[in-house]
Design a protein around this ligand. Sequence first.
Ligand SMILES: CC(C)(COP(=O)(O)OP(=O)(O)OC[C@H]1O[C@@H](n2cnc3c(N)ncnc32)[C@H](O)[C@@H]1OP(=O)(O)O)[C@@H](O)C(=O)NCCC(=O)NCCS
Length: 246
Amino acid sequence: MAETTQEDFTVELLSFDTEIFGIKCGIVKINNKLLSKDQSAGIISNAKEKGISHLVVKIPTEWVSVCSQLENLNFRFKLCSLELEKFVSESDCPKSVELYERQNDQRLVDIAEKSFASSTRFHFEESFTRKQVSEVYKRWISNLICDRDVRIYVHFEKEVITGFITVKIIDAVLKTGHIGLFAVDKAYQGKGIGSKLLSAAGSSLFNKAVVLNAATECINYAALKTYQKDGFYIKQSWNVFHCNVV
Ligand SMILES: CC(C)(COP(=O)(O)OP(=O)(O)OC[C@H]1O[C@@H](n2cnc3c(N)ncnc32)[C@H](O)[C@@H]1OP(=O)(O)O)[C@@H](O)C(=O)NCCC(=O)NCCS
């Protein structure tokens, strides 16, 4: 059997997913688009050694042979995820958008839970229940609220929070900002609120970051249109696979 090195792939535990889904979850990072058959088989044995029973992996869509190898290992294709990016430029923060003062967390949790109620990679994975997936988004926004390095912008309509966006500098050297979660209350969607929140996120990073990135599913037409309208372009597309390790 060919020797597998850490450079070809790594298998890491995902604590957040493990806690929510109640099974030991891990992520595979593959760095070699010419992975041999033996090396790809090593992914499963590596996961087993770590006691991991559920794996997720994201592969650049053009790495077709790795995708086929994963399918041979019983990885199941879920969807295509898009990495988006834009260069930060000077802009004004819209008047109806304010920096969140962390005073109405339940409202943000409710918006997140209802906005991400379908069509994410978690919803397409049969090992996870809808209740668990709903918990992912509730905990995700709660963790972002607790993270003091995360700036959250909220949109107000008659003193009611109608949407939010989270942004964080994730690489101080490369001056890269990242949008974590971004959602508008269903009752207020399609009224320009998402665009205002994106403008606010961009304007907050002027002189602090050079690029702002985000990720969304290719089937999320509303998000894609909103990002593209704000100047984001697709940097990379990824095929996402899940696998139960048996
Ligand atoms: C994505 C989201 C935040 C957009 O917020 P929004 O307030 O509805 O967006 P806007 O009203 O500012 O719309 C921006 C552009 O996208 C278009 N758009 C928005 N929703 C659309 C839809 N469902 N179908 C077609 N176009 C849509 C708008 O028409 C507008 O383009 P236009 O000015 O050329 O007409 C919102 O749909 C949402 O919360 N979705 C669920 C959570 C989510 O997917 N978040 C993003 C994850 S990364």
